[in-house]
Every structure is written in structure tokens, then in C-alpha cells.
Write a protein that binds this ligand. Structure first.
Ligand SMILES: [Zn+2]
Length: 328
């Protein structure tokens, strides 16, 4: 081990410790205030159409952590270089939370609930963004989540322990409910400190607890409502699904957490550390990215830079993410 290696290891370690405190943030299993500081005043909603369906990306804000968590098998020097070339910080990767509202035949369906206060102080904006388009949580008829990680279910519970979307039927993948809610899973596969894992597991149960009596458990492959079907994308979690919003000849594919950030998990093939079954996750990623590329389907990446819309391009060595142009 030479001086360079030692130095690099020391830098890595301090980066992980420094950023872990941010990553851990408010992951106390308690949803905190639902309205956050207003920030710059930039909008956090983006409307477009899928055939007859009106679709609106509603941002819940951002989470993030050490890049290493999201690119678990990347050689350190390569990871640093890739981040630098993408003009990204090398010690912290920011992940967006792009929930999607679809309105079809008089029903409002929210796909993913967002993190709320479960994963740091920079999320929980979905309620302000709903209000900005003239809607209230009571206007939501259905909430569907791809899997039950806290950044997808955190907003389901209010600070006083009631249902944040009081009229909504909540759909959760059956295998995730069994794994995370009914049981006490061994989360040692996650490359985070033990106290984080404990809070992560508790936040899932806590967020879903108000819905325990009337949750709708679904199997991947089910059509949730007309115009919204699910496809199996197991690996990241036991039950993770992807979604296809469809109307006439138009489609939109929601890839949930097949990839965290396009720079490390699409443009580079590195594996997300929180994938429970890394080989199954890789197979799902390839199968679904191949389909998206072959059929040129518009894609929404839940954690990609807002609004997260674009297309998947097949390259010689893998894939490339091509963001969509902004539409006014
Ligand atoms: Zn996620």
C-alpha cells in the first residue's frame, strides 16, 4: 500500500463519515413537518400527456448520500472520475424524488408517495406541489408504490399518525409487505451503518401502519386501474414493480429504483448497494432497459434529475440516459 492509496482511503473514509450524517438525516422513523423551507421558489411540478391521460411529475424534494452507496462495485478512482466529468460532487450524490400524478377518467392516482421526513430534511415537498396545482391530499383516490423503502412511502403518514391521503386506496406489492412490514428483515445487505438500518426498517413500518387494515396488496403484472399496469422488477426489494402508464398508442415506463442516478447506474453499469438481490436486480435492470430502448418508450426515473423524463439508449457497452426536452 503506497502513500497515495493510504491518502485516498483516508479521504474516502472521511467523506463517508461526513456524508453519512446527512444521509441519516431525519431517518428517525418519524415523519416530521410536511412543509419545508420554500427554497428558491422554482416550481416542483411538470405536466405532460400520455394519450388521454394527464400526467404531472410532483417533486417531493431530494435525498442523497455518499456516491459509494449507490455504486457499490465501482472502482474508487473510476467513480471519482465519472462524477467529476459529470460536474457532480465526489462526496455526495443527490437523488430526486419524482412522484407522478395521473388523472384519467375522473380519478387521481399518485404513483410513489415520496420520503417526507424519513430520509433527511430536504424532502416532504409533495404537499406544497399538490397545492401549487390546486389539489389537496383528499383529492387523491389511489396511491400506488413500487416498493416500500421509506423514500417511497414516507409521506403516507401525517405527523399525528393518521392517513395523509385520507380518501386514497393504497396499493403495495405483496412481497414487500410480507418482507418489510409483517417481518423483521435482516437488512445487513445494505451498505449503511447499523443504526441507519434500524431506523430505515422502523420508518417503513411506521409509515404504513395507518393503512394496515385496508391496504391493497398487489402482485406484479396486475392492472391497478385502467391505464396503469405493473411489471415485475424484483431484486432491489423482493416485490419491486415497475409501472406502465398507457393510453391509446402512448406509453410511459416508470423504472422506480432499477437505477438511482443515471450517471452511475445507466451510463455506467454499477450496482446500487441497497439492492437486496444484486443478481436479480441486474437481470431486471437489463430486461426492462432493453425493452425501453428497443421500443423507444419514454421513461420516468424516480430518482433522476427533475423532472426525470427521457429515453434509454442502447450503446455498445451498455446504456445511455437521454433526458427529454422541456415542454412548455
Ligand atoms: Zn428510492
Amino acid at each position: 500500500m503506497n502513500a497515495f492509496t493510504l491518502n485516498r482511503r483516508a479521504v474516502m473514509l472521511s467523506a463517508v463519515i461526513g456524508a453519512t450524517s446527512t444521509f441519516l438525516g431525519g431517518a428517525a422513523g418519524v415523519v416530521q413537518a410536511q412543509t419545508k423551507t420554500p427554497g428558491s421558489g422554482n416550481i416542483g411540478h411538470y405536466r405532460f400527456r400520455v394519450g388521454e391521460i394527464t400526467a404531472t411529475v410532483l417533486s417531493d424534494g431530494v435525498i442523497g448520500g455518499p456516491p459509494r452507496i449507490y455504486a457499490s462495485d465501482a472502482p474508487e478512482a473510476e467513480l471519482q472520475e465519472v462524477l467529476r466529468r459529470a460536474f457532480l460532487p465526489t462526496d455526495h450524490l443527490t437523488l430526486n424524488l419524482n412522484t407522478l400524478l395521473i388523472e384519467n377518467a375522473g380519478r387521481r392516482i399518485l404513483i410513489e408517495a415520496g420520503a417526507g421526513g424519513t430520509m433527511g430534511p430536504n424532502a416532504g415537498r409533495i404537499f406544497a406541489n399538490l397545492a401549487a396545482i390546486g389539489l389537496d391530499p383528499a383529492d387523491i383516490d389511489v396511491v400506488v408504490v413500487s416498493h416500500t423503502h421509506p423514500d417511497h412511502v414516507g409521506n403516507l403518514r401525517t405527523a399525528d399518525g393518521t392517513m395523509a391521503f385520507p380518501r386514497a386506496t393504497v396499493f403495495v406489492p405483496r412481497a414487500d409487505w410480507e418482507f418489510f412490514v409483517r417481518n423483521d428483515p435482516d437488512l445487513s445487505y445494505m451498505p449503511v451503518p447499523e443504526d441507519f438500518r434500524v431506523r430505515f426498517g422502523a420508518a417503513i413500518k411506521h409509515s404504513l401502519e395507518p393503512y394496515a387494515k385496508n391496504v391493497e396488496l398487489y402482485e406484479a403484472g396486475a392492472e391497478i386501474v385502467p391505464g396503469l399496469s405493473t411489471i415485475a422488477a424484483f431484486g432491489h426489494t423482493p416485490g419491486m414493480a415497475n409501472f406502465i402508464v398507457h393510453s391509446g398508442n402512448d406509453q410511459l415506463l416508470l423504472t422506480a429504483d432499477l437505477a438511482y442516478h443515471p450517471v452511475v447506474n445507466v451510463d455506467n453499469p454499477w450496482r446500487p448497494g441497497p439492492d437486496r438481490d444484486k443478481n436479480a436486480a441486474l437481470a431486471s435492470r437489463r430486461r426492462i432497459f432493453d425493452m425501453a430502448a428497443a421500443d423507444r418508450i419514454p421513461v420516468l426515473g424516480f430518482h433522476y434529475p427533475f423532472p426525470g423524463l427521457g429515453r434509454m439508449l442502447k450503446t455498445d457497452g451498455g446504456y445511455a440516459w437521454v433526458p427529454a426536452n422541456w415542454q412548455f
